[in-house]
Design a binder for this molecule. Structure first.
Ligand code: GDP
Ligand code: K
Ligand code: MG
Length: 269
């Protein structure tokens, strides 16, 4: 069996897509230890693929039960492919999760949903450019209007078979060098493809990951020194350095691939 996970912000259309993909082949329960709904199904058209509808989240930080469930699943169960349902009418906010999903190192597909609403917003998104910038496939869909869903499904199957690995989002050079130094401390401790995820989480001083890795004291203090040096350089706290780095990258991407026709009209007058 191959595992495909659907991730995205609340109300991005995950369940609507999940229902189309799985039809009545669904089972509903709870994630262990929490009252967060767990929905699994089998692809109607490809029975050897299991689809997991993850809880709606804005971030992979460890603050809500939904975030904890989702990140545990993504990192520990390592699904073959992650499909990120992005609400095209709220692209800036949604891409914040997209970058974090890429950081987990799992093969990702972006399903840009609600494209039926873009026209009303007088906005256009250049899907090819967005795909090029992110380095992952981007498929424009409308889960509600059932537009391009077969194309998305075919991409899901092809990508799951192919198991391509994609580049991680690349942030500010000074942040990158800190992350490289932390990754070097993790050689032999975490698998190579997860080093990026753990390096970022340690940089953010994520307590769950600190506990999970339980590193030797000397190693911890080497890492702490790297973090403190970066904080002095940026004059900011480490978690907010990462937040800002993600938003900087997103605003570059949005500038390059979203056209707001309202802006255009204004600038012509
Ligand atoms: P979830 O919270 O991510 O599971 O999102 P849902 O699937 O429950 O969808 C949230 C709302 O968005 C529902 O009212 C859906 O009918 C609506 N919706 C989902 N996909 C689309 C779409 O492509 N276009 C439009 N216009 N609405 C959509
Ligand atoms: K909902
Ligand atoms: Mg839902």
């Amino acid at each position: 069996m191959k595992m495909i996970a659907l991730a995205g912000n609340p109300n991005s259309g995950k369940t609507t897509l999940f229902n189309w993909l799985t039809g009545s082949n669904q089972s509903v329960g709870n994630w262990p230890g929490v009252t967060v709904e767990k929905k699994q199904g089998i692809l109607r058209n490809y029975k050897q693929f299991v689809v997991q509808d993850l809880p709606g989240i804005y971030s992979l930080s460890p603050y809500t039960a939904e975030e904890v469930v989702s990140r545990k699943y993504l990192v520990e169960q390592a699904p073959d492919t992650v499909v990120d349902i992005v609400d095209a009418t709220n692209i800036e906010r949604n891409l914040y999760l997209t970058l974090q999903l890429m950081e987990t190192g799992r093969p990702l597909i972006v399903a840009l949903n609600m494209i039926d609403l873009l026209k009303k917003q007088q906005r256009k998104v250049n899907l090819k450019k967005l795909s090029y910038l992110l380095g992952v496939p981007v498929i424009g869909i409308s889960a509600l209007k059932k537009k391009n869903l077969s194309q998305l499904e075919e991409t899901m199957i092809a990508e799951t078979k192919k198991q391509t690995s994609y580049p991680f989002p690349k942030y500010d050079d000074r942040l990158e060098s800190a992350l490289t130094m932390i990754s070097q401390q993790l050689i032999g401790i975490v698998p190579e493809e997860k080093a990026r995820w753990y390096a970022i989480k340690l940089f953010e001083r994520d307590e769950q990951v600190e506990q999970e890795l339980n590193l030797a004291v000397e190693r911890q203090s080497e890492i702490e020194q790297t973090i403190v040096t970066a904080e002095k350089l940026f004059q900011d706290t480490s978690d907010s350095i990462v937040v800002n780095a993600r938003y900087d990258l997103i605003s570059q991407y949005v500038r390059m691939c979203v056209i707001d026709e309202n802006d255009f009209v204004t600038s012509m007058s």
